[in-house]
Design a protein around this ligand. Structure first.
Ligand SMILES: [Zn+2]
Length: 67
């Protein structure tokens, strides 16, 4: 007969803080990347047309309207 014991204490959180903050950081980075690729153009652009031209082919591959 086996004696199965839980490794995690009963009051420990199911998701550790490190995993949570890693996920939050990944979401923030992905949103920043999406902003750079898809939305940094026009009146609110911080980089002029340089970033638009740099990302132009990727923008078309993603189906983002640009012109
Ligand atoms: Zn284009």
């Amino acid at each position: 007969m086996s004696n199965i014991q839980s490794v995690r204490p009963l009051n420990a959180p199911a998701v550790s803080a490190r995993v949570l903050w890693t996920a939050v950081g990944a979401v923030v980075l992905l949103l920043l990347l999406a902003y750079l690729v898809a939305f940094d153009q026009g009146a609110i652009s911080q980089s002029g047309m340089y970033l638009h031209e740099l990302m132009h082919d990727g923008r078309h591959l993603l189906g983002v309207p640009c012109h």
